[in-house]
Design a protein around this ligand. Structure first.
Ligand code: PLP
Length: 324
């Protein structure tokens, strides 16, 4: 019989798919499609890992509460694991969170507290500080995906080995977007331990700090840090889960490139991802273009475009000049 014990057993082992219509060069360009996870995003991997690490460390007791500042996907990943293991989940989120994501978290039984998006992280009104307040007032466990090593560790234990196996150990370039840094760092550590010649390229978005920081070793001037339209990637600080030792280069793309590439990928390959996936695919194609046959460039699409239909539609994108 092939009956899984529960939905958690379907996390990971997502397919790796060649993009032969989107990319016509000599190298192979392939994407790991993370919307195949039960909560439809890469963050299911860390939902499990963050909770299991806390259980093992005795930080989470039966019936306990978990609180996390999340733009949505990590919330869903945590929510699925929390409900199966009998915990309560509170998510604090920026007001940029699309309404359908709030509904989704609530469907899984989570409580969602929305906070202003246009305040710095140290402001008590920010969703980061609100999570700390809930932690202190309710005695909740705060996983903190930005600094918790269980985040990159999930990718060290699952995403990295999967990519190594799926490419028969022939991957030459690992390209992925950076938010908390967990996906790029844990996967890169595993892959570079297998073959230190594998090149690791992070994808950042204009308005965020990673690209500048990788190049200059300092934070960008304040006027270069601004809001952007892409979801789930970029930050205005450097999270501890970004392990620079394993990142060779960062390519910064514009909102326009991210959204256009998302739609191009959908129309050419029938793979509908969120804008962070579009940004990653754009950067990966740029890397793959000059490479000769034999090169295998792998990138990752963190989630599904269906989660952002209030943005990923012609009217919204046209109004902002993202598409013609
Ligand atoms: C949609 C989306 N894309 C990309 C990322 C970036 O992944 P990571 O946090 O592992 O760097 C995230 C999470 O932050 C996300 O939710």
């Amino acid at each position: 019989m092939e009956i899984r014990e529960n939905i958690l057993e379907t996390i990971g082992n997502t397919p790796l798919i060649r993009l032969s219509r989107f990319f016509k060069g000599e190298a192979v360009l392939a994407v790991k499609v993370e919307s195949f996870n039960p909560g439809s995003s890469v963050k299911d991997r860390i939902g499990l890992s963050l909770i299991e690490a806390a259980e093992q460390a005795g930080k989470l007791k039966p019936g306990g509460t978990i609180v996390e500042p999340t733009s949505g996907n990590t919330g869903v990943g945590l929510a699925i694991v929390a409900l199966l293991r009998g915990y309560k989940l509170v998510c604090t989120a920026s007001s940029k969170i699309p309404p359908e994501k709030v509904a989704l978290l609530e469907a899984y039984g989570a409580e969602v507290i929305t906070c202003p998006a246009d305040v710095p992280p140290e402001d008590p009104r920010s969703y980061y500080k609100m999570a700390e307040k809930v932690r202190d007032e309710r005695g909740a466990f705060l996983p903190n995906q930005y600094a918790n090593p269980a985040n990159p560790d999930a990718h060290y234990r699952t995403t990295g080995p999967e990519i190594w196996r799926q490419t028969g150990g022939r991957i030459t370039h690992w390209v992925t977007s950076i938010g908390t840094g967990g996906t790029i760092s844990g996967t890169a550590k595993y892959l570079k331990e297998k073959n230190r010649d594998i090149r690791v390229i992070g994808i950042d978005i204009e308005g965020s700090v990673f690209g500048y920081y990788r190049e200059h070793g300092t934070m960008p001037p304040q006027d270069q840090i601004h809001q952007y339209l892409a979801d789930g990637i970029g930050e205005d600080f450097i999270p501890a889960c970004v392990w620079w030792d394993y990142i060779d280069e960062v390519i910064t793309v514009s909102d326009k490139t991210a959204y256009r590439t998302t739609m191009e990928l959908t129309r050419k390959e029938g793979i509908f991802c969120g804008s962070s996936g579009g940004a990653a695919a754009a950067g990966a194609r740029q890397i793959a273009e000059p490479l000769a046959a034999g090169a295998i460039v792998v990138t990752l699409l963190p989630d599904s475009g269906e989660r952002y239909l209030s943005k990923l539609n012609n009217a919204w994108m046209r109004e902002r000049g993202l598409v013609e």
